[in-house]
Design a protein around this ligand. Structure first.
Ligand code: BG6
Ligand code: MG
Length: 487
């Protein structure tokens, strides 16, 4: 799969300003008598000026005023080196690659945490060739948060999932993965540690002699570890829900969409939680649907049977046990958003599951409302097995208790929601205790390029679990459960 677009980091990828940043920090550290060297500087790679200063300070206390002064001094030292930068300072391989991308009609953007990124690109003579530029002024949350790369993709007008990120920093590779993008990591393997085990990361020493075929390979899924669906086809929906089931041996959930889909078969089954009906057969009980996220974009509910699906990708990363889905969607009201979902059911903590959602405004500013619910109105093909007994809210968590109608098994589902945004005005939070569907809400007003990030953390327990205080140690199944894998 050839990437639709590339997003380049600047310092250490396009030009060697990473060295100038290091020298400026070293000068400041020497003047301040702070222990700092090249090895410590590795921790500054890719992160913001303020975060870098915290690394340089190494825990030494400083007032906000002192920090501002030190950042200004470092900036002054850095600016001294900027005068030396010119078109000859592109790192080896960069000029050839940009020419090849131009010739192939593949657009590229720059996404750097640096507030100096624009003047540096101008000095290098590449500013006019960039389809978008995201810098230290573009978003609040810097790498390793996904916001800067999502901002760049929105600027390109390309589905985030179709952008390949080129990075020299571990924090940048982490940010790319968090943004739902594959990454080409440049530099020694030990710089990236465990990130290289991710099937979406490819490493090279630098961009020398890189080919478009290599970029295509870096953007491709790993056929050994990724179960992939590219493009949305309603005709295969039921089948795909089965394929994208996740489970941990204690409970499992079919791969239905968080927002729902007409005719879907949403199903969560827990080991041993069955109901016995005199009129039919004994069966495992469909538990409350913990996936539910209702996402409203300026009044239009996100759903794939409405509006326009401009891009759709879904894959399970078998190595990590994570299901991801990326959708570029135009609402009936004409506004385009880029959504990225990640879901897992924890293996070491058998009661826990989580969903992360990123919503990025692409074409217009929009008000986004997300309702994260526990949906107790579930059945096994119209057969009700659950009596909903009680629901409520404690702190930032909503919960629902239920009992199977005939076997009288008790169970409870709880959900907590955290929300962060790159929008300057933050998010608003609320709860909605609608009967049988308790929910937490988060609202944000996003400008184009801004991202709302939501984490929904869920716990499911049943009376088959050990009593409180006898919880199994992390990674162990309780004695009453059979071994998760056949021996
Ligand atoms: C990143 C560099 O690109 O930009 C970091 O890798 C640097 O080392 C950061 O701290 C912020 O740069 P600036 O120019 O805003 O101080
Ligand atoms: Mg860099």
């Amino acid at each position: 799969m050839t990437p639709t677009a590339l997003i380049f980091d600047l310092d250490g990828v396009i030009t060697d300003t990473a060295e100038y940043h290091y020298q400026a920090w070293q000068r400041l550290a020497d003047e301040e008598g702070l222990p700092f060297d090249r090895a410590a500087n590795e921790n500054c790679r890719g992160i913001s000026r303020r975060e870098s200063l915290l690394v340089v300070l190494g825990g030494r206390p400083a007032t906000e005023e002192q920090m501002q002064t030190m950042m200004a001094r470092k900036q002054g030292y850095y600016e001294e080196s900027l005068d030396q930068i010119g078109p000859d300072d592109l790192l080896p391989g960069v000029a050839g690659l940009l020419d090849a991308l131009d010739a192939a009609g593949i657009p590229y953007a720059l996404a750097s945490a640096s507030k100096n990124a624009r003047p540096v690109c101008e000095r290098l003579g590449i500013a006019g060739r960039l389809a978008a530029l995201a810098d230290g002024y573009s978003v609040e949350r810097q790498k390793p948060h996904p916001d800067l790369f999502r901002f760049a993709a929105a600027g390109l007008g390309v589905a985030a999932a179709n952008c390949l990120v080129v990075e020299d920093a571990a924090a940048g590779v982490e940010a790319a993965l968090a943004a739902g993008m594959p990454a080409l990591a440049l530099g020694p393997a030990d710089r990236f540690g465990g990130l290289l085990a991710d099937g979406r990361v490819t490493r090279r020493d630098d961009l020398r002699d890189v080919t478009l075929d290599e970029l295509a390979a870096a953007a491709a899924f790993d056929p050994g570890w990724h179960v992939v669906q590219s493009g949305f086809d309603p005709a295969t929906q039921h089948h795909m829900e089965t394929i994208f089931t996740l489970g941990n041996g204690a409970f499992a959930t079919r791969g239905t969409f968080e927002e729902g889909y007409p005719g879907e078969s949403a199903l969560t089954l827990a080991h041993g939680v069955w109901d016995d009906m005199p009129i039919v057969f004994t069966e495992l009980v469909n538990l409350p649907n913990w996936l539910r996220l209702t996402i409203t974009i300026d009044g239009d509910d996100f759903r794939l049977d409405q509006g326009r699906v401009l891009d759709f990708q879904r894959y399970t990363d078998l190595r990590a046990g994570v299901l991801r889905r990326a959708v570029l969607w135009q609402a009936p009201n004409g506004k385009t958003v880029d959504l990225h979902f990640e879901r897992f059911i924890a293996y070491p903590r058998r009661h826990v599951a989580a969903i992360r959602l990123l919503v990025t405004a692409v074409s217009h500013p929009c008000a986004v409302v997300v309702r994260a619910a526990i949906d107790g109105h579930v059945a096994n093909q119209d057969l009700l097995h659950l009596n909903l007994e009680e629901q409520g809210k404690s702190g930032d968590t909503v919960w629902l208790r239920a009992r199977t109608r005939h076997t009288q098994r008790a169970l409870a589902v709880a959900a907590a929601l955290s929300a962060e945004t790159s929008a300057d005005n933050g998010t608003e939070r609320a709860a909605d205790l609608c009967a049988g569907q308790p929910a937490l809400l988060a609202t944000a007003d996003l400008k184009p390029g801004q991202t709302l990030q939501l984490d929904k953390l869920v716990a499911i327990t049943t009376d088959r679990d050990p009593p409180a205080g006898h919880a199994p140690a992390t990674g162990e199944a309780p004695a009453s459960w059979p071994a998760p894998w056949p021996k």
